[in-house]
Design a binder for this molecule. Structure first.
Ligand code: CTP
Length: 400
């Protein structure tokens, strides 16, 4: 389950090359459980035919306000009546101009005027069209009127130019849309997280690391951002893209992670240690590649600092959340870690239940006891962990 499941989204597609990406967006929305109703403008239908959108959404695609198939000729009212949002992607400069002026001369603009749900707009146009004072004026106007903008992004454009005006990628639009519906339980909060493994160099080409995928930490960073927090993610080496709206700082070793965390900490309300930080590092990394000699090789290891314990011990410590992946006796070890590290909250799981996979089975521990969560994808668990954390944080603010 996510915030889009069961919601009805009217997807408006206007005339722009990026219309082909709207087809992928329909697929992603459907996968996320949304019901999608596509409305194409005449210009949009010149780029991608209604048949494509019909096949992908499983719903009749409407383009014409005079379409005789709508029994009461009220397509502009009926289509958005039970919608949770109208998302227009791509939104051309012309469409934005017409919305800014309240024009209603085709099905999509009429529907935008007649709706009583939010209007979300993903602009897509050539750099100069975007920068033109008329477009900028129109964009300001629709934002003043309560429209939410998704993008645009900067980068290569279909016209061969580089600049601002590209439509956000479908995956990003999906994230934006989910975030739009997530309750803003962490609004105004600043969250610092660690995620992924650390890599402790033995020599210039080798090192000690572990199999943490970073998926849980990244899912949690995304969930915090969707809940309205300002998020800094200090990440060990993983192959994951930074979640939308999250500032990511890449590090390799535990010492680098610690330095980056302490840099990011001033003003933080919450610190979440999700990273599988190596407890030890080679006492001395060899300057040059170690050559094999055929003899036994011993590696002297020295302990790494415990980042979470250090953060939680500060006089001005933020609300600290720890993670514990154990291979046995989860309750005893997890609760022991929470107490030793002086954490108000800890997320525990048994390894084998989640390491590297997309699903996980976790138990939350806090001063009130243990709270098992049902097995779920990490993205769903992340939302539940954020809800729990936001609840504890809010309760803290109330004097007892
Ligand atoms: N942690 C940390 N810095 C370390 C080690 C752990 O910040 N050097 C944090 C992890 O991010 C996690 C929590 O501490 O939130 C528990 O990590 P874990 O490796 O399970 O526990 P350890 O304290 O290292 O204990 P052990 O390895 O003996 O189980």
């Amino acid at each position: 389950m996510n915030e889009l499941a069961g919601r009805k989204i009217v997807l408006g597609v206007t005339g722009g090359v990026a219309a082909y990406k709207a087809a992928e967006l329909v697929r992603l929305l459907g996968k996320a459980g949304a019901r999608v109703q596509v409305v194409l403008t005449d210009a949009g239908a010149r780029f991608v035919t209604p048949v494509t959108f019909q096949a992908l959404s499983g719903n009749t695609v409407w383009t014409d306000i005079w379409d005789p198939r709508m029994a009461n000729n009220m397509a502009h009212i009926d289509l958005s009546r039970d919608a949770d949002a109208v998302l227009v992607a791509p939104a051309s400069a012309d469409f934005i101009a017409r919305v800014a002026h309240g024009l209603a001369d085709d099905l999509l603009t009429t529907l935008c005027l007649a709706r009583d749900c939010p209007l979300l707009v993903a602009p897509a146009m050539n750099r100069q069209m975007w920068e033109h004072p008329a477009t900028q004026r129109n964009v300001r106007q629709i934002v003043d009127d309560g429209v939410t903008l998704f993008g645009p992004a900067a980068g290569d454009q279909a016209c061969g130019e580089i600049g601002m005006g590209r439509m956000e990628e479908p995956e990003t639009l999906l994230e934006n849309l989910i975030a739009y519906f997530v309750p803003k339980t962490l609004a105004g909060r600043r969250v610092v997280l660690t995620a992924g493994p650390t890599f402790e160099a033995i020599d210039p080409v080798r090192g000690i690391t572990n199999s943490s995928s970073g998926k849980m930490g990244y899912a949690l960073a995304r969930a915090c951002a969707q809940a309205g927090a300002e998020v800094v993610l200090v990440s060990g080496p993983v192959a994951l893209p930074a979640p939308v709206g999250v500032r990511r700082i890449d590090v390799r070793s535990a010492l680098e992670m610690r330095a980056a965390v302490f840099d990011a900490l001033p003003g933080a309300d919450v610190f979440i240690g999700v990273a599988a930080v190596a407890d030890y590092r080679p006492a001395q990394a060899a300057e040059h590649k170690i050559k094999k000699s055929g003899e036994t090789l011993s590696l002297a290891l020295t302990p790494n600092p415990d980042i979470l314990t250090e953060v939680a011990a500060r006089a001005d410590a933020p609300f600290c959340v720890g993670f514990a992946a154990e291979s046995r006796d989860l309750d005893a070890y997890a609760e022991g870690k929470r107490r030793n590290k002086r954490l108000p909250m800890l997320v525990g799981n048994l390894v084998g239940d989640g390491l590297g996979s997309d699903d996980n089975l976790v138990i939350l521990y806090d001063d009130a006891g243990k709270h098992p969560l049902p097995r779920a994808p990490k993205s769903v668990l992340a939302g539940q962990i954020v809800d729990h954390l936001a609840g504890l944080l809010a309760a803290r603010a109330i004097p007892s």
